[in-house]
Structure formats: structure tokens, C-alpha cells
Design a protein around this ligand. Structure first.
Ligand code: CP3
Length: 341
């Protein structure tokens, strides 16, 4: 087993810098498109054999150092009783929003085995196939809450902030429920065989630091504290989180995920003795090859002082990325970071 990724998470010395890419299984791969041509996104998420197949696609084609379970952060929200739909080209939609006590009371804290057994089955099947570590994941409570409150993706988060400021008690109650669900869900993933766990806080960056501290951070911290017992490395990624970095460190995560808006060297100086994951702009994969190579070289040099560095994009890979460019980036990271010779 190639455990370079796990070593880097723990801040141990590695022969080279490991790499994986957020959203590495997805629409930029023709072999993914082929499967999606036959089943809907939600059908795919609930079919363990197909989930295994698409999880393995980027490992086989791109030589990644870690696999990430194929699923979606909104699957446990559906398990709580929320109606989830994916509309082609529009992303996720919750037709029944959660904006009142009555709507919140309709949601439950589900048993992860009973309601999301297909995820645990995918993990068990993957562990038999994989020669690199498997990352399990969930959305952080704040990010999940925005989808339930807004009814889908949003740009201004009007309803979320309205609830935070005008009915904080309801907001906190919703966060509590999502937090319990997520803790149980991730504990079950570790039990099924996930070897690292990542919390995606994609929308944390819309919050002022004080609001992040009051409305989001305590819940992410609670989950990561609970997950300590699993013994697996824990990763916290707050997108657009450069201004929240000092607070993010207090979650207790072993690895801090970084988006591309901050210089990785500056981030390393701020996170102290923690590993970092990131942080090239996903669009940099469109650069001409030599320019991309130079950029990777610079990033690796900037990350030299890290207590563990996992190379990644600063957010998910864009759907129009040519797969050969992604492969070129992986090869560059492996070659340029090699410490064996
Ligand atoms: O990283 C991986 O390869 C694992 C799979 C994964 C998916 N979603 C598959 C997916 C992971 C880790 C996620 C996380 C996720 N899902 C996040 C957090 C990370 C981030 O990007 O900020 C969020 C916010 C979601 C919610 C979600 N799911 C959105 C907003 C969308 C629409 C995106 C789009 O580009 O239209 C999805 C759908 C989704 N999740 C797809 C994939 C491969 C595309 C579905 C398809 O049409 O095939």
C-alpha cells in the first residue's frame, strides 16, 4: 500500500509530495460521463458498484496518491428526511426549504447504516481494490445548512444570514441536528474503512470571522473532536478561508485545506505544526504545460517548511479541464518533489 498521503497528513517525512484533487472523480473524465449517460447523479451515488468504478477512474488514469469516496455532501441531508433533487445543469435543489421550527422538526438524526448503508458498502468494496488510502468525507454543518435553508446553491445567502441574525436559536438548533448526523455518519465511514476524513466547508468564507466563530466553528470542532477516537487523520477545508485560518486551526484538524487565494508559505507560517493541503488555482490546470510546471515548482518551494504537505487544487477540478493536463500536473508534482535521489 502507498501510504505517502497518510504520512504527509501526520507530518512525517515522505519520499515525495503526495497529490490528489478535490472532485477528482467527475465530469471532466469521459469515462465518468459514460456512466452518467446511463444513470442519474443520485442513482449513481446510491449504487456501490458504480461508485467504486468512478472512484477508481482518476486513480487509474491520473496516478493519484489518495482516493476520495464518490458521493455528495448532501446525501446525509436527504437521509435526515430532506427532499433532494439534482436538476441537469442547475446543481442541487431542496424544494422544501428549512426556515421554520416546524420544518426543522420534520428532520431526523438518522442511523447512518440504515439510511446510508450504500456509502458504507462502497467504502468496504473500495478498500478491497485500492492500493492508495481512501478518504471519506462530509459537508461541514454550516455548508450543509445553507443548502437546506436556501433550497439549493446561492450567491448571497440571504435566507441563511436572515435566520442567523433574526432567529439564532432556530439556526443553532438546525446546526445541532446536522452536527449529530454528521458525527455519526463519519464515525460509520471510519468503521467501514475510511482511512482519513475530510470536512468540506465550501461556504464558510461568506462569514465574518466573528460570525464564523459563533455560528459555524463550534460545530465543525465538535465533529472533529468526536472523530478523534477513530485515529484517522482529519482534514478541515474552509473554502475562501484565508481570513479564517487562525480560527480553522482551533478545530483540531490534523490537516488544514487551503484554497488558492493565500500563498501557501504564508499559510504554513500561520497554521503552526499542522499539515496543509492545497492549493493551486484549479484553472491553473489550463496553463500551457511549461508555465504549469513552473507554477507547481514555485508552490512546492513555497511549501518547503510545511509539517506535511499534500498537494491539491484550491477547490474542485473544473469540468472542462483536459484530463491530460491533470495527469501532467500529477507527474510534475511527483517528479519535482522527489527527495529520493
Ligand atoms: O471529490 C470527489 O471526487 C468526490 C466526490 C464529490 C462530489 N461532490 C461529487 C459530485 C465530493 C467530495 C463532493 C462534495 C460537494 N458536493 C461539495 C463540497 C465541495 C465543493 O465543491 O465545494 C458541495 C458544495 C457539493 C454540492 C454539490 N454537488 C453541488 C453544488 C453540485 C453541482 C456541481 C456542478 O458542477 O453542477 C453537486 C453535484 C456533484 N457532486 C457532481 C459530482 C461529480 C456533478 C454531478 C453530475 O452532473 O454528474
Amino acid at each position: 500500500m502507498n501510504d505517502t498521503f497518510l504520512k504527509a497528513c501526520r507530518g512525517e517525512k515522505t519520499d515525495y509530495t503526495p497529490i490528489w484533487m478535490m472532485r477528482q472523480a467527475g465530469r471532466y473524465l469521459p469515462e465518468y460521463q459514460k456512466i452518467r449517460g446511463k444513470v442519474s447523479f443520485l442513482e449513481l451515488c446510491k449504487n456501490p458498484e458504480l461508485c467504486v468504478e468512478v472512484t477508481l477512474q482518476p486513480i487509474d488514469r491520473l496516478n493519484m496518491d489518495a482516493a476520495i469516496l464518490f458521493s455528495d455532501i448532501l446525501i446525509p441531508m436527504q437521509a435526515m428526511g430532506a427532499t433532494l433533487e439534482f436538476h441537469e445543469g442547475k446543481g442541487p435543489i431542496f424544494p422544501q426549504t428549512v426556515r421554520s421550527k416546524k420544518e426543522l422538526d420534520k428532520l431526523s438524526v438518522p442511523d447512518p447504516i440504515e439510511k446510508t448503508g450504500f456509502v458504507m458498502e462502497t467504502i468496504r468494496l473500495l478498500r478491497k481494490e485500492l492500493k492508495v488510502p481512501l478518504i471519506g468525507f462530509a459537508g461541514a454543518p454550516f455548508t450543509c445548512a445553507t443548502y437546506l435553508i436556501e433550497g439549493g446553491s446561492s450567491k448571497v445567502f440571504w435566507e441563511t444570514k436572515k435566520m442567523m441574525y433574526t432567529n439564532p436559536a432556530l439556526f443553532h438548533e438546525l446546526m445541532e441536528k446536522i452536527t449529530k448526523t454528521t458525527s455519526r455518519y463519519l464515525l460509520a465511514q471510519a468503521e467501514a474503512g475510511a482511512q482519513a476524513l475530510q470536512l468540506f466547508d465550501s461556504w464558510a468564507g461568506i462569514l465574518a470571522p466573528g460570525d464564523f466563530e459563533e455560528f459555524a466553528l463550534p460545530y465543525a470542532t465538535k465533529i472533529l473532536t468526536e472523530l478523534r477516537q477513530t485515529g484517522v487523520p482529519l482534514i478541515y477545508f474552509a473554502n475562501n478561508g484565508a481570513t479564517l485560518l487562525d480560527l480553522s486551526v482551533t478545530t483540531g484538524a490534523d490537516v488544514i485545506g487551503l484554497d488558492w487565494r493565500i500563498n501557501i508559505g504564508d499559510a504554513i507560517r500561520r497554521v503552526g505544526k499542522k499539515a496543509v493541503q492545497g492549493n493551486i488555482d484549479p484553472f491553473a490546470l489550463l496553463l500551457p504545460k511549461e508555465a504549469l510546471r513552473q507554477r507547481i515548482k514555485r508552490l512546492l518551494a513555497d511549501a518547503e517548511g510545511a509539517h506535511g504537505h499534500i498537494f491539491n487544487l484550491g477547490h474542485g477540478i473544473h469540468q472542462f479541464t483536459p484530463p491530460d493536463q491533470a495527469k501532467f500536473a500529477v507527474d510534475c508534482v511527483h517528479e519535482l518533489s522527489s527527495r529520493q535521489s
